[in-house]
Design a protein around this ligand. Structure first.
Ligand code: G
Ligand code: G
Ligand code: MN
Ligand code: NA
Length: 254
């Protein structure tokens, strides 16, 4: 069978998994995670989202898939809420363009929150720059409604999209995530280093939080801290892993 045909049954067969990558503060303490989708295919093994999300977007299956991700992520938040050392953890969830454009997107998110009982203030939806440009009024209305319920928003892969900065003021965003390509290059090229510093300055001047993605070395971590960045994500702190392998306890940090 083709991957596309299989994908339709992946939900029914319970083959989807959430992996979690830690997000840490300046002390290396875990403050939250980003949920990253995987497909545990019975024949092909573990498949990353790059191989099936585009398909799912095309076929429209992304709506059901996105619903599954939101529900699984919120259930995990509810589990963490019962223990003192995990109750503060935030959960970032990637939202795809087609999913966000659904007229029912807001209702979908609110229904999952209600169904699971997860604290909306711990949920962060990751959007990309390109998906925000289409229908500004609709985008703002959706974000504003969800924000009123406590849900947060991050701009993912920041700096790689359509960098018209004027929309930043219009959108109720909480956080910028510096794309990992800039972090990767920042110690080798002045250009990338300047971009990283500019994004951090921009974020703080607009009262936004900022997270550096793709931090792989201590040198990158130090340089980012020197620029004032105080939240980090990357292989230095941990890859995306299944729940059982996630060290969420503060003392289990770097
Ligand atoms: O590890 P990584 O291969 O997980 O992720 C690759 C890409 O897939 C990233 O751009 C990430 O944003 C996207 N992605 C991961 N999980 C999800 C998800 O649950 N929904 C959507 N729409 N995209 C996801
Ligand atoms: O687009 P988004 O930021 O959601 O995608 C996250 C992607 O980045 C995932 O594929 C994840 O596996 C990958 N990733 C996370 N940390 C690192 C890192 O330190 N280095 C690299 N090269 N990729 C990373
Ligand atoms: Mn992301
Ligand atoms: Na990103």
């Amino acid at each position: 069978a083709t991957l596309e045909a299989d994908l339709r049954y992946a939900l029914q067969r319970d083959e989807l998994r959430l992996y979690y990558q830690p997000v840490v503060d300046t002390g290396g303490r875990v403050t939250g995670v980003e949920a990253l989708l995987r497909w545990q295919h019975p024949q092909r093994g573990l498949i990353g989202p790059g191989e099936f999300i585009p398909q799912a977007e095309k076929s429209g299956l992304i709506v059901e898939l996105g619903d599954w991700v939101l529900e699984a992520a919120c259930r995990q938040l509810v589990c963490w809420a019962t223990a003192a050392d995990s109750a503060h953890l935030t959960m970032a969830v990637n939202v795809s363009a087609r999913q966000f454009r659904q007229p029912a997107f807001v209702d979908q998110v609110l229904a999952v929150l209600e169904r699971t009982g997860a604290d909306p203030r711990l949920l962060k939806l990751e959007l990309t720059e390109s998906m925000l440009l289409a229908d500004m009024d609709d985008v703002i209305a959706k974000m504003t409604t969800l924000k009123a319920h406590g849900v947060g928003f991050a701009l993912d892969d920041f700096g790689t999209g359509y960098s018209s900065l004027s929309y930043l003021k219009l959108l109720p965003i909480d956080q910028l995530k510096i794309d990992r390509s800039f972090v990767h290059d920042m110690l080798h090229t002045r250009h990338a280093s300047s971009i990283v510093r500019a994004i951090i300055t921009l974020a703080y001047s607009m009262d936004l939080a900022v997270v550096a993605e793709g931090v792989e070395t201590r040198e990158q971590w130090s340089a980012l801290e020197a620029f004032g960045c105080n939240a980090f994500q990357g292989y230095l702190f941990g890859r995306a892993v299944p729940l059982g392998e996630l060290a969420v306890l503060p003392e289990a940090g770097v």
